[in-house]
Design a protein around this ligand. Structure first.
Ligand SMILES: [Zn+2]
Length: 179
């Protein structure tokens, strides 16, 4: 089993401070340690909910946590740092639940694409099959000049607000963060 240090960077919450107020122990995402955990959790959901992508985080222990769609990532994580965050959908294949689509779409944590290794590690540990990488990748960058959080599209590393060049390396949690 991989140690936490091999799983990669920890991401702290960088979203709007007021969403932190929603964090409550009973609202934390369901920890998924095994395929059986997922089946147990999914059995309590309506079919319409199962058809939608879930909010997920990989907690600081490397464990996958799931919450219904539109749940805030910071609430799913119980307010703590994460190794990965995004959205994930499941489908049934040969009687097994497998991951269909998975992204790093989380404006609360803005994880780097390299967080995939932690996501894959959490799914592997639970014995849930998954794609070889994010099926949708979001490139988050903080503008070093104005502090604006940008989502980079089509390799266009330019701030949407002030036209300043954005760095090639992930920097959301670095200089200019904490606005
Ligand atoms: Zn800017």
């Amino acid at each position: 089993m991989a140690s936490v240090s091999l799983l990669g960077r920890r991401y702290r919450y960088v979203g709007p401070p007021d969403l932190r107020a929603l964090v409550r122990p009973e609202a934390e995402g369901r920890s998924i340690h095994s395929a059986a955990d997922f089946v147990d959790w999914a059995s309590a959901l309506a079919a319409v909910e199962l058809a939608e992508p879930f909010t997920f985080v990989v907690d600081s222990a490397g464990v996958l946590r799931l919450a219904p769609r539109r749940s805030e990532h910071v609430v799913c994580a119980g307010g703590g740092p994460v190794l990965g965050a995004g959205e994930m959908s499941f489908r049934k294949e040969s009687g097994q639940w497998v991951v269909g689509e998975v992204s790093n779409q989380s404006t609360g944590y803005c994880p780097d694409i390299s967080s995939w290794s932690a996501v894959a590690g959490a799914l592997d540990a639970a014995g849930i099959e998954h794609p070889p990488g994010f099926t949708c990748e979001v490139v988050f960058r903080r503008c070093p000049a104005c502090g604006q959080l940008n989502i980079v599209r089509e390799e266009d590393f330019i701030c949407a607000l002030c036209d300043e060049a954005l760095p090639r390396e992930w920097n959301v949690d670095g200089a200019g963060a904490g606005l």
